[in-house]
Design a protein. Sequence first.
Length: 405
Amino acid sequence: MPISKRQKIAMAAIVAMGVLGGAGVLMTERHRTGQEAEAPAASAGAASAAVPQSSEKTEHEAHAVKLDEAQIRKANIAVQPAGPGNIRSSSEFQGEVRFNEDRTAHVVPRLAGVAEAVPANLGETVKQGQLLAVIASTSLSEQRSEFLTAQRRRDAAKTTYDREKKLWEDKISAQQDYLQAQTALQEADIALQNAKQKLSAVGASVGSSNGTGLNRFEIRAPFDGTIVEKHLALGEAVKEDASIFTLSDLRTVWAEFAVAPKDLAMVRVGQKVVVTSSAFESKVEGTVSYVGALLGEQTRTARARVTLSNPQGAWRPGLFVTVSVLGDSQAAPLVVSAEALQTIENKPVVFKAVQGGFAVTPVMVGRTDGKNVEVLGGLKAGDKVAASNTFVLKADLGKASAADE
């Protein structure tokens, strides 16, 4: 049976559709094969990416300082357990270091004159009796001349008295001559003592120490101290009441602070205080030595002061300080040494002893008296922490962080 033209067209369309379907199946198989090949590679990539994560430090390790027992002993780091203790309540006042006015002298010449020598220098530490300056004074020359004259008159009066006394005892001269000689001697003694007292009042000796002149006046240090002010130069004319040197014994200083009326009940003479400064790490203990009985007219506060021992000269006058006046002792359930506390990222922390070193442990703190700090959270009783030289641990922690970065 012959095939018509329309049947031929239909058969061609069926063949074309079959070819297209086979091509689609082939492409689908290739795409599936490619996904299966990529899956192992992706798994391998994920595994390789997981390797650096496993090498990263844990949070505990990143905030720890590794030290063995020998290193801890070498660094003098004491380890103490946290536990109950006593905290002395305190009130803080802002103050300033000043000269101890009981050991500060404003040296004046007490005689007008001209400076012949000024061996003392500003800032020099001098001993009692050490020469500060030499003044040439005409008034001193007159006083010494008066003394020498009175001394010679007294010597002459003594000679006359001895002669008249012997003549009277030998019945050679009258008693009246003897009595007149006795009166003259007494008057000469009075004149001599008067001239000597004038020299003593100005601090001058009866004669020049080296015999160079009657007008030479030596000014010497009244006590051991440091020259903190100097207002005299070679050849300068000075008045008798001019302050030419200010000498202060800086081995003791005053820490003065103002006390408001509401705080006067907490500040009493004899109370223990702790004085600190933001300028350096040192602190010093002392006692309140004075509390003013009157309030200032402008400030309406009372002045109080603490006498501080200053053998090394660290507490310099003009330094701003914080004076913590300690009150009664109160029990606290958990305390650590004040030296155990450090600040990292503006948060208080302690270094808790762990296996192989110390771990940084954030804590919540409460009251403190300068020696002990109350711990409100972050530790429990019996936990051992570094109690001294903790700045060494903080420095090592900073070095480790820098190395990691």
